[in-house]
Design a protein around this ligand. Sequence first.
Ligand code: 3PG
Length: 204
Amino acid sequence: MSSLLDAVPVMPVVVIDDVDHAVPVARALVTGGLPAIELTLRTPVALEAIRAISAEVPEILVGAGTIVAPGQAKLAADAGAQFLVSPGTTVQLLHAMQETGLPFLPGTATVSEVLAALEAGCTELKFFPAEASGGTAYLKSLASPVPTARFCPTGGITPASAPSYLALPNVGCVGGSWLTPADALAAGDWGRVTALAAEAAALR
Ligand code: 3PG
């Protein structure tokens, strides 16, 4: 993989409530053509879900999202995460993610945050919350003054709005939770996840 942002056009941002859903969700995404998953650390079973996916679905790139405290970076790496994503960035959070040696996307929402991340050596960034922070117009405005930054915007992006983000020169991929709706997971409707993944995979 040349870059995290080039792995898939849409990074599935996934909340797992039941650890038994982790492996079938990962398999459904791979079947649909999206071999990557950002497992958010928002539920008590998230690390266990990362462990299960990395053990049982080696064909998927599994990462940990919603890294909001420095200590979570090592926990995620130890669980088998292959990349890390944070919604925002503090100096300590950035150092903790750097220390794991894993690729990671530090969260940014302002020009100053983007510049701070670039100073720390990061050129691949999450832009969050994308829609609420100005969406495609904001990212377009950044391209000329800050050309070295590339983004994975997430937050409020839909299948309808994703193509306009992906068309921007400073966007590598977008992230979204729409691929794994809570009701589909609760119902064990893995076919729906695969269908949503296939639609998203076709966006690039
Ligand atoms: C994230 O952490 O990237 C977001 O929760 C994803 O945003 P969405 O749910 O609006 O897709």
